[in-house]
Design a binder for this molecule. Sequence first.
Ligand code: DGT
Ligand code: MG
Length: 628
Amino acid sequence: MDSRQRHPQRRKRLKRPLDSIIIHFDYDAFYASVIEAETPSLRTRPLAIQQKQIVVTCNYEARRRGLYKLQLIKEAKKLCPDVVIVLGEDLTQFRNASKELYAFLRSFSWNSRCERLGFDEVWMDVTDMVNYNLELLNPTDLTSSFFCLSKSDPSIGFTFDASKVAGQTYPVQVDTSPDGPSNLLRMRLILGSHLAHYLRERLASEKDHTCTAGISTNKLLSKLVGNVHKPNDQTTLFPPYNSEDGQDNVTSFIDSHEVGKIPGIGFKTALNLRALVLQRPAKFDQGLVYGGTKEKVLVGDVRKVPDIGPEALEQILGGTGAPHGIGAKVYGLLFGIDDSEVGQARDVPTQISLEDSYIRLDTISEVKKELLLLSKSLLRRMHADLLEEDEDALASARTITDSAEPTETPTKRWMAFPKTLRLTTRPRPPKNPDGSHNRSFARISRSGPMPNFVFTLKDDVDTIAERLVAEALLPLFRRLHPERSGWNLSLVNVAATNMVDAASEKGGVGRDISKMFKRQDQVLKGFKVTDSDDVVPVMSRAAYEVMNTAVYSDQTGVVDTNVHDLKNARGGSEDLPTPSQEATIATQDHWESEDEEMLDEDRYACDECGAVMPLFAMGAHARWHSDS
Ligand code: DGT
Ligand code: MG
């Protein structure tokens, strides 16, 4: 038997689709950049943004002096005593800046395929713009080309030199001659690079934010290649993209990445892949409680494993809780293949979810207090994200005011209605007989119809929040935890889900809230609080879904109370990083999947205190334990 027969999949090269051109943007030192835009004099000074006791980000001047993201404030000050520290606990300004930049980028898109991840990353599928402009190129005079930004007005656009790529390339030396191989793809990527360059310049000049961009044929590659030259630069992954013998640029690019660095390969999948290559578990880095490996296993190493293929990977990575087809998905990723589409731009999030974590939360009165805080935040976010000015009401209010008494007609209306209210908790498992704790990431949820009164604009948020807790959340809580005591929660999440666009409701019903409620009641008839526990198996799902189905979500960075050890509060909110605070920092404000439990794949509990946090926070957290 020859080796080809023995290892059929080893010889099988996947062909990479080349139809799309995608740009990935990542704003530079985003929070710091928001502060600098407000106070430009800070640009030349080392600037760090503090949340709790951690530098969540710092500007590049600070990075030149050795500061880095997620460093302890104490360390940052020691290293750079003149660092300017700005508190970044209130996320409002960052959220607003993020929305503004997104709207700006999106305004250039023709197909509205413009997707935000977190506050500071955006993908744009510019295939249509690139293909249109490809047709307009004059091959005999590429140097004075014009990129058309509007199909209806040919004068809107910019001039550029299509004989050259804009910005950097991977690899550094590339052949841009028009008659070389992969000519068409190369030309389309060159067009994409000029569009990216133009958009970056407009962002910098009009919005005061620099960013880094990556240009390639899918979300995965555009995101990864953008990291090659940071900050304020851009990189295009140049062809050839396919080859018979693996001598193409995608293979050499993707092969040099550590498996854990590939978006879509979650922590547990990376552990499994490393073990597959090493034939034993990889050793962890010292100083990290969990995670961080010191034995780097590259994508190229995994692909060289005999008999590797979608089926083999399905066997290794599949199982309870793993998404169907994980083997094929991961196998594709190892080749730089990612068929996920850039999401369609939306005016409203698909859900709004807020949560907080606690060291101890074990009495009903404390739960009520926390539910009230979460409800207020949820309602504020619903108002901020789902309400728009009601032009009709404004106009009629104006008419009435001109001629008669002032009116109290509300001038806002709902753009979308979340039909479902979901409550999620994460109970801490009881202690083992030897006093140790099992790590648990299992969340349990109950959902019910969103009560209509939350949509009223006549009462204030505090009043509605109290009613929401009493009439909806506490009943859900009792379904989740029928026992009066004996539980201890490490997390509570309140979410408004199942969003329905008002405009998409038939006949514009959404504009008439009373009709909407009637319809809602009909729709929800027979829909009652679910009884089945949807306990989610942990550490088992591909976090890639997070990237694929990113939706807008937000967490309780804005909650005033920072000390969550309700029984044993140890002083003020700023004076010490309680583990739960770190957990709060670490988990707030990310985009997450509809199925947000998947994020747990990357969350870990400290053995010492039980605080839950993502992997990257474990190092700082361990240092905090050893210092205190
Ligand atoms: P960059 O992209 O390396 O130039 O720097 P940043 O600051 O843009 O970092 P990035 O892109 O990882 O994250 C964007 C923003 O999100 C950042 O300015 C602060 C915030 N952020 C990032 N990581 C964390 C985190 O672990 N916890 C919290 N609370 N915020 C974070
Ligand atoms: Mg960034």
